[in-house]
Design a binder for this molecule. Structure first.
Ligand SMILES: NC(=O)C1=CN([C@@H]2O[C@H](COP(=O)(O)OP(=O)(O)OC[C@H]3O[C@@H](n4cnc5c(N)ncnc54)[C@H](OP(=O)(O)O)[C@@H]3O)[C@@H](O)[C@H]2O)[C@@H](O)CC1
Ligand SMILES: Nc1ncnc2c1ncn2[C@@H]1O[C@H](COP(=O)(O)OP(=O)(O)O)[C@@H](O)[C@H]1O
Ligand SMILES: [K+]
Length: 449
């Protein structure tokens, strides 16, 4: 049972290809069932287990696990409505010698294991199946899904049928998009990968802890990274971005706009068209609090023309022409509304849509939300797993933009810089607890950096 950070994310087709490259499918199912049995056995302690088996190979995994856990001395019951259809599942069912109860009348058990459907779900669950799954899950004290919660669409995280909320989902071989993308991800609970000996690769990964440069004896404020934050109508938002850049580790943050006050380490200057002419600037952050009034378009044009690496956020995303050529390295940080404004109606999964957008804009895109997806123009994708819902507060996006500026100015390449900022942002939210405000979040970046 391994945490998912850093794992490749595989679609149904990629998973099938990886399985096929592995040889004997019966051996794979036996391995999958054995891995499930070991994990569920550990999670269950000594409590009784009820396994719900579906007609495909997900059900097959359930029958194998039931046989192995019974042999290991666990109290296991099996419930199923449909006879197995795939050859592998038929064989696994045949080797389960215990009774199979109907789903509709099965009594609950403290440990509920959902092996109804995995990557092969093609349509919503039948009402009676969904009702039995919810009834038995509600009555259990621990809910475990095998591979995926039954009812979710593997490749885009939509929910043809809303499953119960699971405590743990045991992803076979690799995480799938539905383990990360909402609304499915929420129902999966904690996701752990079970290694079943299938080698997996891909260009989309779960965001992993970044490797960040620490200052050394030779460091000075400019070598740590200088970030310029372009202000505008709402000083507070740009100040939050500035504070976040400082707390994320920038050595020198220059705030270009109106407003006074702490922190005293923030260097404040009025905006002027030559304000970005300093070659020591490592990154420019523009958008938080910029507004859309007179002169804001000119500020954006100056920032783009400066040749400095850029983080473009908030209001600047409303002013940007994504198709116009830019020479400088750029990170764009749209939320869903800004993404739709820039790129139109998305097709496919959030992963597909963000990858396409990065190619089109020739920029790293941080597509924010409860399931933040980061994509590079070369096709690489990183998806952040499980951040705090308390991030849904005004100003938290400004904090992310400032952190991204600090990472760029520290010398990280743009895809890595964006990933590091999202990681730090999520970690800072985790230490902030509940009902924090964006100012707390910016301050907490120091604690997780
Ligand atoms: N990853 C790996 O390396 C390994 C993966 N393994 C496991 O295999 C799983 C994938 O297996 P799978 O392809 O057989 O799909 P699965 O999800 O069991 O369901 C398909 C069946 O359900 C049916 N069906 C579909 N929707 C339905 C609905 N709403 N209501 C009713 N029926 C519905 C569908 O039939 P049809 O659409 O033709 O009617 C078909 O019969 C995977 O998640 C993992 O657990 C391991 O065993 C080995 C190693
Ligand atoms: N429900 C949620 N769960 C986790 N993270 C969220 C959630 N809602 C928003 N976020 C994160 O909070 C930030 C909000 O940014 P944004 O929408 O730009 O707000 P603002 O412009 O007010 O700063 C983003 O980083 C986003 O990923
Ligand atoms: K399942």
């Amino acid at each position: 049972m391994t945490p998912i950070d850093g794992y490749p994310i595989l679609t149904t087709a990629a998973m099938r290809a990886a399985e096929e490259a592995c040889g004997d499918p019966a051996m794979l199912m036996e391995r999958a069932g054995a891995a499930v049995a070991a994990a569920v056995g550990r999670l269950a302690g000594g409590s009784a287990i009820l396994i719900l088996c579906g007609p495909g190979n997900n059900g097959g995994d359930g029958y194998v696990a039931a046989r192995l856990m019974t042999a290991a001395g666990h109290a296991v019951r099996v419930a199923a409505d449909d006879e197995p259809r795939s050859a592998l599942a038929i064989d696994a069912r045949r080797r389960w010698t215990g009774p199979v109860e109907p789903l509709g009348t099965a009594l609950p058990a403290p440990i509920l294991v959902d092996a109804l459907f995995g990557t092969g779900l093609t349509r919503p669950l039948e009402n009676r199946t969904a009702a039995a799954l919810h009834r038995l899950a509600d009555a259990a004290s621990l809910r475990i899904a095998i591979d995926l919660p039954s009812g979710v669409a593997t490749d885009d995280g939509t929910v043809p049928t809303m499953p119960p909320r699971f405590d743990v989902t045991l992803a076979l071989a690799a995480p799938k998009p539905a383990h990360l993308l909402q609304p499915a991800a929420r129902q999966a609970g904690r996701v752990r990968v079970l290694d079943i000996g299938v080698p997996v690769t891909g260009d989309a990964h779960v965001l992993a802890r970044p490797v960040l440069p620490d200052p050394g004896p030779e460091s000075h404020k400019y070598s740590r990274g200088m970030v310029a934050v372009v202000g505008g109508d709402m000083a507070g938002a740009a100040e939050l971005a500035s504070l976040a850049a400082m707390r994320a580790g920038a050595g020198y943050v220059l705030y270009l706009g109106e407003g006074q006050g702490p922190p005293h380490g923030l260097v404040r200057r009025r905006w002027s068209p030559d304000a970005l002419d300093d070659p020591r600037i490592g990154a420019v952050v523009i958008g938080p609090g910029l507004g859309r009034g007179d002169g804001t378009g000119a500020r954006l044009a100056t920032a783009i023309g400066s040749g400095h690496e850029l983080v473009i956020d908030g209001d600047a995303l409303r002013l940007l022409d994504v198709d116009a050529p830019r020479t400088a390295t750029t990170i764009l940080t749209p939320h869903a509304g800004e993404f739709a404004h820039l790129f139109g109606k998305a097709w496919g999964s959030k992963i597909d849509a963000t990858r396409m957008a990065a190619r089109r804009a020739d920029a790293v895109i941080v597509h924010k939300g409860a399931d933040t997806v980061i994509a590079a123009p070369d096709g690489r994708v990183a998806v952040s797993a499980g951040s705090s819902d308390w991030l849904s507060a005004a100003g938290t996006g400004d904090v992310l933009a400032g952190a991204a500026g600090a990472m760029l100015a520290a010398g990280l390449p743009p895809f890595e810089a964006a990933g590091a900022a999202v990681w730090l942002h999520r970690a800072a939210a985790a230490v902030c607890g509940r009902s924090f405000i964006a100012d707390d979040l910016a301050a907490a970046l120091s604690r997780v950096r």
